[in-house]
Design a protein around this ligand. Structure first.
Ligand SMILES: COCCCC[C@@](O)(c1ccccc1-c1ccccc1)[C@@H]1CCCN(C(=O)[C@H]2C[C@@H](N)[C@@H](O)C2)C1
Length: 338
């Protein structure tokens, strides 16, 4: 592929509009892995060849084999990371990691234990954190920071496109060092991050239809490429769901599919602009055995203070608004995705 400003775009796979991931390599010769590029975390981990045979989630994914890499550097420090649901334990290793055609010598974690939930459902192997260094466990320098220090990027930014339609190819795209005009229209609107060190913004309100219902006093919005959905404080989301007539069942909020066209838009007020999601942006239509099921891609999640209360804007938001993450100016840019 042609290299513009020293990098090649990384095509992403879109699995059912809920999991987006792309390929990287680790080791020499290259061992390939599918990873989620996750702005909500800052470490790289992949399953390890030495994972326990009882860890099903480990065994059903590609595993890194240090003994097969001539550039492997031993470390061995313990590692564990806890997600909103699911946890990963293992140890640190170092090797050549290639992302978007750029090689870096990277400390990463070999996962020897992956919680079955939710990783048995993962169509990807691991996670590549695109967050800031101070969010990195064990003080490990993140991949993008190593890339920036090589001064090969035209700009110290990375951009993410997530397709909305699983059948559309590519399912998405990561660009290191710039943006891809093929996937957005119009100009970018930039908002400074709240405090350098996290990909989060101050949000000024959440409106349903024309009425501002939440966050009128201001709140935090995390722009998280590693989240499938939008999450908000459980109380706010439950009021929002009641407003649109959604019922909560064991796998999330559902609406009756033939009411979908009457649902109101939900608008997020960021940096003086309203970012609107229409019902087609926030409803996931799935044809299942019992017929059409319409899932609302909002979840309640209470994050305790001081971090919370927060709203997390994930893949369904990014699919509508092409997102540029700017490390040089500590800001996030949104443009209308095409
Ligand atoms: C857009 O593609 C998203 C990938 C799917 C994310 C996810 O839906 C998932 C689904 C199935 C199997 C594993 C995982 C998954 C689990 C952990 C890490 C990465 C992916 C996560 C489910 C649990 C809540 N959640 C997060 O906390 C995420 C929030 C994020 N910041 C991460 O750190 C963890 C999202």
């Amino acid at each position: 592929a042609d290299t513009n400003n020293g990098t090649v775009p990384t095509p992403l796979t879109n699995y059912l509009d809920t999991q987006y991931f792309g390929e990287i390599s680790i080791g020499s010769p290259a061992q390939m892995f599918n990873v989620v590029f996750d702005t909500g975390s800052a470490n790289l981990w992949v399953p390890s060849q030495s994972c326990s045979p009882f860890s099903t989630a480990c065994f059903t994914h590609n595993r890194y084999d240090a003994s097969k890499s001539r550039t492997y550097i031993e470390n061995g420090t313990g590692f564990s990371i806890q997600y909103a649901s699911g946890n990963v334990r293992g140890f640190l290793s170092e090797d050549v990691v290639v992302v978007g055609g750029i090689p870096v010598v990277q400390v990463f974690a070999e996962a020897t234990a992956l919680s079955a939930m939710p990783f048995i459902f993962a169509k990807f192997d691991g996670v590549l954190g695109m967050g800031y260094p101070n969010a990195a466990i064990d003080g490990i320098t993140p991949v993008f920071d190593h890339i920036m220090s090589q001064h090969v990027l035209k700009e110290e930014v990375f951009s993410i496109y997530y397709s909305r339609d699983p059948k559309r190819s590519p399912g998405g795209e990561l660009v290191l060092g710039g943006t891809d005009p093929n996937y957005y229209t119009g100009s970018f609107n930039y908002i400074n991050t709240r405090q350098t060190g996290k990909w989060e913004l101050t949000m000024k309100g959440v409106s349903v239809g024309r009425e501002m219902m939440f966050c009128a006093e201001g709140c935090t919005a995390v722009i998280d490429t590693g989240s499938s959905y939008i999450t908000g404080p459980a109380s706010s989301v439950s009021v929002l769901m009641k407003t649109i007539g959604a019922q909560l069942d064991e796998s999330g909020y559902k609406v009756n599919c033939d009411t979908v066209k009457t649902l109101p838009s939900v608008k997020f007020l960021l940096g003086g602009q309203e970012y609107s999601l229409t019902q087609e942006d926030y409803i996931l239509w799935q044809s299942q055995i019992e017929g059409e099921v319409c899932t609302v891609t909002f979840r309640g999640l209470d994050v305790p203070p001081p971090t919370g209360p927060i709203w997390i804007l994930g893949a369904n938001f990014i699919a509508r608004y092409y997102t540029e993450f700017d490390r040089r100016n500590n800001r996030i840019g949104f443009a209308t995705a095409v």
